[in-house]
Design a protein around this ligand. Structure first.
Ligand SMILES: Nc1ncnc2c1ncn2[C@@H]1O[C@H](COP(=O)(O)OP(=O)(O)O)[C@@H](O)[C@H]1O
Ligand SMILES: [Mg+2]
Length: 298
């Protein structure tokens, strides 16, 4: 299994944000390549992967880097395949966990009630209100198909009462404004669940709650990380059996599942993500991560 990281534009070495992963992957004897994320984003796919050599025989690979839009991922997947390199997830599998609306069918009932709409140039508030009305007087959060603006919690993420249309309009407009051209495909609304409080984020002041990031490879749970780098996680780990079971049904070879504890003690799924573009928390032990990956793949 090859690992493909992003380079940095300046010296063409690994992107500094992935340096530690690069080092530990090397220590675990993974063959490594670099691609240019900038070229990929500018749709210069041949240039993006120009330094990746064609393999003699079909070789599997995992990309570890910044999030890629599904159409760009498809192009990356296809062009790497021409070089005899096959990414762990097909474009369909990538999109399944990258877009919340695509993964919802697998986690419905275990994750907050969610609805969504695709957004084009004009913002249709009548359609938005149809979606937010479903939640009546409940608190909700807004995000796009991939990301929230959780660090702008009050102004662009959290809506305390879904029936307050002025507030819905204000928060959603701010979310759209801040996302700008980075908005991923559309809007997603989710019932806000009262989660077990951990601490307040030292910079953004958003409430941090007890959450874990689970990594699954080929249907198996391989790693569990504390999601936040701050706060006192005591040693009580959740019962993971039901999440392992759900994990088996998800159509992706490598993905993450973020889980959170509700105030009543039960555990829910926050969201899924493609394992190739899901970050390791700063405090995560990268050695153990790559060692485990090596055990399952090399
Ligand atoms: N429906 C919800 N109920 C309670 N807390 C939520 C909800 N959605 C998001 N949050 C909080 O906001 C954080 C970010 O939300 P998330 O959907 O994971 O966005 P992102 O894609 O930006 O990571 C979560 O980790 C959780 O702490
Ligand atoms: Mg998240």
């Amino acid at each position: 299994m090859r690992i493909i990281f992003c380079d940095n534009i300046i010296d063409k070495k690994v992107d500094p944000d992935f340096e530690e992963e690069y080092r530990t992957a090397t220590e675990q004897r993974f063959p490594i390549s670099l691609l240019s994320f900038e070229e990929l984003n500018n749709a210069n796919i041949s240039r993006a992967i120009s330094r990746i050599k064609e393999a003699d025989n079909l070789e599997k690979a995992i990309y570890r880097g910044w999030m890629i839009q599904p159409d760009k991922y498809k192009s990356l997947f296809e062009h790497l395949l021409k070089k005899n390199i096959k990414l762990v997830n097909t474009p369909e599998e990538y999109e399944t966990c990258h877009y919340l609306p695509s993964s919802y069918q697998y986690i419905d009932g275990l994750t907050p009630l969610t609805n969504w709409m695709v957004v084009d140039e004009t913002i249709d508030f009548e359609r938005i209100f149809e979606l937010t009305d479903v939640f009546q007087n409940e608190a909700i959060i807004v995000k796009d198909f991939v990301k929230s603006l959780k660090h702008n919690w009050k102004e662009a993420c959290f809506i305390p009462n879904a029936s307050d249309r002025d507030l819905v309009r204000k928060v959603v407009s701010r979310f759209i404004e801040l996302q700008g051209t980075q908005l991923n495909k559309g809007l997603v609304f989710r019932k806000f669940e009262d989660l077990e409080f951990l601490t307040t984020h030292s910079k953004s002041k958003m409430p941090l709650t007890k959450e874990y990031r689970l990594f699954f490879l080929y249907g198996k749970l391989i790693q569990v990380f504390n999601y936040w780098d701050e706060g006192d996680y005591d040693n009580t780990k959740p019962d993971l059996d039901k999440f392992k079971e759900v994990g088996k049904s998800i159509q992706s070879n490598f993905f993450t599942m973020d889980i959170a504890q509700k105030k009543d003690g039960s555990w829910i799924i926050m969201e899924l993500g493609d394992g190739q573009v899901s970050g390791l928390p700063d405090n995560a032990n990268k050695n153990i991560f790559y060692k485990t990956l090596a055990e399952y793949t090399l």
